[in-house]
Structure formats: C-alpha cells, structure tokens
Design a protein around this ligand. Sequence first.
Ligand SMILES: [Zn+2]
Length: 333
Amino acid sequence: MGKSDSEKPVVGVDLGGTKVLAGVVAPNGQILATVKRATKPEGGPAVVVERVLKSVREAVKAAGLEPDDILALGSGAPGPLDPDSGVVLHTPNMPGWDNVPLAKMLGDALNVPAFIANDVDLGTLGEFALGAGQGHQHVVGIFVGTGIGGGLILNGELWQGWRRAAAEIGHTIVLADGPYCGCGNRGCLEAVASRTAIERDIQAGIKAGRESVIPELLKADDKGRLTSGALVEALRRGDTLVAEVLGRVQFYLGLGIASAVNFVDPEMVILGGGVVEAFGDEFLEPIRRVAYQNFINKRGARDVKIVPASLGDNAALLGAAVYARQRLERIRK
Ligand SMILES: [Zn+2]
C-alpha cells in the first residue's frame, strides 16, 4: 500500500545567482538530504534548469528514495516572478531569464506538481514554519545580503501582495538624498545597509586615507572578497572604520525595522543573511535600540521580538518545501 500524501516528502529548491541548493524534506520539516552546486547562470535558463534537475535527482537518491516517492516540488527564485503561473518574469543577475516557465519545466521533467515563489518570501516562510518564527502568527523577515529582501507572514499565512511584490522592505527610503540603489531610487535601505553598501563605504574610507586592516584581510582571501568572516575579524582587531560603517548599517536597519513594525505591527521581526548571521545576536542589540526608540506604539514595545534567523542557508529550501505542500493542499481542496 502506498503512503498517503501527508506522509510523503517534498523537494525544496533554493535557486540563486551563484548556487543551487536542493533538499528532500519530510512532512515534519526534517531535511533528509541536500545537494548543492554552482548555478552557472552564464549558460542561460536551459543549463540552469538542467543543473537544478540534476541536484534534485541526486538529493532524492541520497535520501534513499525514488522520484515517484516525492509529493511535490517548491523552488525559490530571484527576480520578479509570478507564483500563480510559475513563470520567472525577469532576473537581473541571470542572463536570458525573461518569461521562463520554471515551475512547468521542473514539474514536467520530474513528473510532480511544481511551484515557485520569491526566494526571500520562502526564506521568511521557512523561518516562520520551522525556524525562529515558530509559534507566532505575524512575522516580518528581513534578509541582508548583496541586497536586502523582505517577507511577510500575516495571520499565519505568507502575504505575497496583490501584484505578488509585497514586503520589499529593502526599498524603503530611509535617507532621501542618499546613495543610489540598484532599483534607481536613492537612499533605499538596501543602498545604505546591504553588504554592497558596507563594501562601498569601507572602500571609500580606505581611499580617503582611513586606517583599516581590511586591505590586509582582502589579500589573505584567495579571491580578494570581503567576507563576513573578514568583517568579524576586523572588528575583533578594533578596526574603527569597520566599526563605524557597521554602526551606520545597524542604525539604518533599526529605522527600517521600526517602519515595518509601525506599519504592520508584527509579533516578531527575524533578521537573516550572511552579515547578520556571522555576528550573531550581539549585532542585533544596537539595531533593537534604534528600532524600539522609533516605534510609535511604545506600549509593550520590547514584546515585539527582533531576533536572528535560525535556519541559515536552509531557510529558503525549507520554505520552498512548506510552500509546495500548502499550494498542493489548496489545489486539492
Ligand atoms: Zn531601492
């Protein structure tokens, strides 16, 4: 006798511009196996989809399962996309991704129902269902990386917005005449508090003659990248430039969070992404201070929890698995 749908595992995929992460997820949220590989976006959509499929098949095998054992697949993808039709509309950091029917391509190849959604929405859904947000009903997720993405859970449901473009908290304008953002506006939260902004401000400081251990740490990295680990190390060594730049980032993240809380009134704000996770909870205290100061409703302000994400790199994968199960249930109802 075959297993009922509610007992079957689903596949979650986190498709990004640099890496593909595929995992098999049991109904209780346990990850049974994962496979990671480079995205190689320069090959175009066909190559990328092939790499996703390969990763999925390997993960299914590594979990000791057959493709037929899988109930459904969910995948996060960057860029504007239509989760209802499963089409990626456009992806700025992956060439050739214009109107790509990603859900259909994955579903047809694997013979399972497949769904896609915004990767940050899924990261937030993952943290809500299986990570730091468990037990809460109204959650804002903010992920600080190359850019800053946001997600929103209202009444226990992912809120994607009428045009499926909700929670773009990275493009909240926090400094009206500030630096240009990738979106073309000025002074977005992303333009002053993302990893890109951190790098820009540190480089500008060094150019202006400020002392810093960063050039030395960059030389030590084989690819000359400014990693989160290098930032942690610079702070540990008392680098005043890095401390100042990160202090500014914390200030603006605090303002961004206050705006989100004043607007949505959530129970919890979850902060994730490489920079935040490298520093841990210590990094959050100055952010909390600024945020709480700027709450309009001060009553019970500290009951609005501002916490670090807990699922790390698996947040979007797990969220994709949760999302696929939810979408399938809705179709079958
Ligand atoms: Zn912007």
